[in-house]
Design a protein around this ligand. Structure first.
Ligand SMILES: Cc1cc2nc3c(=O)[nH]c(=O)nc-3n(C[C@H](O)[C@H](O)[C@H](O)COP(=O)(O)OP(=O)(O)OC[C@H]3O[C@@H](n4cnc5c(N)ncnc54)[C@H](O)[C@@H]3O)c2cc1C
Length: 385
């Protein structure tokens, strides 16, 4: 049996948990742009956010395949895993590159739910997708780093205890390669807020708890450096494949949700004396969206299998993210069209999920940037940027 058809028990258990948080829960939070605290707490207590943490640190020791199924089922239930997904992949950087002492200090606490590592600070307003141009500086002063400048779109910072920050420790004009000179620091947000860090929420088209961060001489203990100074860009790349696969799985979950809702509505809605789903003009777009979700899902499981076997999976992880994000967006559009006017009404939840799944064309990496990767690294064409 293929991996895709396995894990029925895991799927059923996540679904069961999500049933406690029906559409109305998410709809009300969306209207207020409020954080799904009760959902994240329940998910944490059930151990799902510690899926990738090894058993020796108190986690479930599962693979990316299983972790991706958890996130898929969350989105498939109508929920939004964007409220908490980062903990799964951000933790990977600490696991792979943190010292034994850092791992022993933080991972068991994260696994228990006593600490949240939900925030990852990469993007800056003036550099966008070009991470090598990051400006935020962390300058070593004895046993501390002094952090200055700004980050944007840093999600869940108000709902996390820890932030994994990517900052420049050597100025760009002093490095040989533009990928050198970046470092990763673990920032304790509980100590930082009000002592050099200001967090400003950004209201967005969907409920995403994203923020701007302003660093003004924030002091971070030097012992919070992850791995070696100056190698942060490599550590960042190491974590991206897991992130791409997990986000692809969320898109797959969204896609199934849209298709199920659209199919049900097309069967039940009667216009001109027959179900609208009897018209090929209505059923074909839904059928095509289903085909595309299923195809994207194959690439997602291929990437997850490779990742879990420790094999290179950069191409597959990126292609899975692109295919799944496109397929969920297509399914979202089709669902709105199938629902007609009701697709725009808040009480049907289609418009909410439509806004939520749109994000994945842009973040955590935009479709164009995936295409530049495939063009250059898979097809061997000249670098375009
Ligand atoms: C809701 C939300 C949550 C986010 N959460 C986080 C987070 O938690 N942590 C974090 O660090 N970041 C986060 N991000 C940032 C996200 O990763 C970036 O928005 C994304 O990487 C794109 O960067 P940008 O917005 O600066 O766009 P830009 O880099 O300015 O790009 C703008 C457009 O131009 C296109 N483009 C740029 N260069 C090229 C090129 N060479 N060829 C072709 N097209 C190009 C892009 O594809 C894009 O469509 C979040 C963003 C959003 C909207």
């Amino acid at each position: 049996m293929s991996t895709r058809k396995q894990h029925d028990d895991l799927r059923a258990a996540v679904r069961e948990l999500c049933r406690q948080f029906p559409d109305s829960y998410w709809r009300e939070l969306d209207a207020e742009r409020a954080y799904p605290e009760a959902f994240v707490r329940t998910l944490t207590e059930a151990g799902y956010l510690a899926a990738l943490i090894p058993e020796e640190y108190g986690g479930a020791g599962l693979g990316v395949t299983e972790a991706s199924i958890i996130l898929e089922e969350i989105n498939h239930s109508g929920a939004n895993a964007g409220a908490c997904h980062a903990q799964m992949y951000v933790m990977g950087t600490l696991l792979r590159h943190g010292s034994a002492e850092q791992k022993a200090r933080y991972l068991p606490q994260i696994a228990k739910g006593a600490l949240r590592l939900q925030a990852f600070g990469v993007t800056e307003p003036t550099t966008g997708s070009d991470t090598t141009q990051l400006k935020t500086m962390a300058v070593r002063r004895g046993d501390r780093y002094l952090v200055n400048v700004q980050k944007v779109w840093i999600s869940r910072a108000e709902h996390s205890d820890l932030l994994l920050l990517v900052a420049r420790t050597t100025p760009l004009d002093a490095v040989k390669k533009r990928t050198d000179g970046l470092s990763m620091l673990l920032v304790d947000l509980r100590e930082a807020i009000g002592h050099g860090l200001t967090i400003r929420p950004i209201r967005t088209m969907m409920n995403h708890a994203t923020t701007e961060l302003f660093f003004d001489d924030l002091e971070v203990p030097a012992e919070n450096l992850i791995g070696e100074e100056g190698r942060g860009f490599r550590y960042l790349l190491d974590g991206l494949n897991a992130e791409r696969i997990l986000i692809a799985a969320e898109c797959i979950g969204d896609g199934h949700w849209f298709i199920e809702r659209a199919t049900r509505y097309a069967r039940e809605r009667v216009v001109f004396g027959r179900p609208i789903g009897q018209n090929q003009g209505v059923q074909f777009p839904i059928a095509r969206a289903h085909v595309n979700i299923e195809a994207a899902d194959l690439m997602r499981f291929e990437a997850a299998d490779l990742f879990d076997r420790g094999e290179p999976c950069g191409a597959e992880a990126n292609m899975a993210k692109l295919l799944a994000a496109d397929a969920s967006w297509e399914a979202a559009n089709v669902a709105v069209q199938t629902y007609g006017g009701f697709g725009f009404a808040e009480e049907y939840d289609i418009e909410r999920k439509f806004r939520e799944t749109r994000l994945y064309q842009v973040a955590p990496i935009s479709t164009n940037l995936i295409l530049t990767f495939v063009a250059e690294h898979v097809l061997g064409m000249p670098r375009s940027y």
